[in-house]
Design a protein around this ligand. Structure first.
Ligand code: AMP
Length: 303
């Protein structure tokens, strides 16, 4: 089964205390699609401008990502620049140039509409709705978001949450959206907005899953893979959810049974993402290196 991924396809200029790298391949869809590609065929929906380097298209192709849904339009590719503090958990957006995203209206190729697994990676909620409107009957839909949409498109996001099975967001976004400081209380409120599966990401502290099953709620704590050195965490969240969706689309049995292991695969692929700028290290990953880190994590949490 394939995974359909919509999100931003971007050029990222990233500054850390140690280095500066302009115009790397980035965007939520790019990170998620490459991460998912280690597990399943991926269909990507996005838009780039005529300035988008050929080598980045070739990178998608090397990962066998279906690009029929990638529009190439007149104008400039979405450009995001951000700067990290010494504590890499703190990031500041320096500039967002929407470029061709300003007028983007995703139109899904016929072959995309029957995908069973859909990842609405971080992008304006109106575009996430628009993609869902064109899908037949997906089996499992997950949405990601960012603080920007909580600030400027909250009503659209709330509507979207009624249409998805899973919602993935980071801890500060969960606190902002629910006005709850306590994450367990936030999880409860997030379920009330619609999704059965809610995952709160906590960066280097892993992620918490909550599954609502009628009157019962189950939890799972997924660790982050401990790294000695983080080079650039941009896209770690997208890699996490991309790998999880890729894994889920090929795993047999119900989502409830597989999602915990899916999160572990997500943590592992996200760890590779953090070890290099942009997609540099994620693209070097192999099935073997993924499985090795999964085994390491299994040992770390056994007691
Ligand atoms: P993450 O580190 O998981 O939060 O994801 C970072 C990625 O999000 C970068 O590659 C950016 O290109 C992308 N991004 C930043 N701002 C936006 C935005 N407003 N809409 C969509 N994607 C964005």
């Amino acid at each position: 089964m394939s995974v359909l991924i919509v999100g931003s396809t971007a050029l990222d200029s990233i500054k850390t205390p140690k280095a500066e790298n302009p115009r790397l391949l980035g965007g939520s869809a790019s990170h998620a699609a490459v991460a998912a590609s280690f597990f399943a065929p991926v269909k990507m929906v996005g838009i780039v401008g005529k300035d988008f380097p050929k080598k980045y298209v070739q990178l998608y192709q090397r990962h066998k990502i279906d690009l029929e849904g990638l529009q190439i339009a007149d104008g400039k590719t979405f450009h995001w620049s951000g700067e990290y503090e010494i504590n890499m958990n703190n990031r500041r957006t320096l500039e967002t140039e929407l470029g061709v995203f300003e007028t983007f209206s995703p139109k899904l190729p016929e072959s995309y509409r029957s995908a069973d697994f859909v990842l609405l990676a971080n992008i304006a909620p109106s575009l996430q709705h628009h993609v869902l409107d064109q899908m037949r009957r997906p089996k499992f839909v997950v949405a990601d978001t960012m603080d920007l949409w909580l600030n400027i498109a909250l009503a659209d996001l709330i509507k979207l949450l009624k249409r998805v099975d899973g919602f993935v967001l980071n801890d500060s976004e969960a606190r902002q959206l629910t006005q709850e400081d306590n994450l367990m209380a936030a999880l409860k409120k997030l379920h009330k907005l619609g999704p059965k599966f809610v995952i709160i990401k906590k960066g280097e502290h892993g992620a918490t899953l909550s599954i609502r099953n009628g009157a019962k709620t189950e939890f799972f704590m997924s660790p982050a893979y401990p790294l000695n050195r983080v080079v650039d965490p941009t896209g770690a969240g997208d890699s996490f959810v991309g790998a999880m969706m890729g894994y889920l689309s090929t795993a047999r049995g119900p989502i409830e049974q597989n999602i915990r292991r899916g999160m572990i695969y997500g943590s592992v692929v996200a760890s590779f993402c953090c070890e290099g700028f942009g997609l540099k290290m994620t693209t070097r990953v192999t099935k073997h290196t993924i499985e090795k880190r999964v085994k390491d994590l299994e040992k770390l949490v056994r007691f």
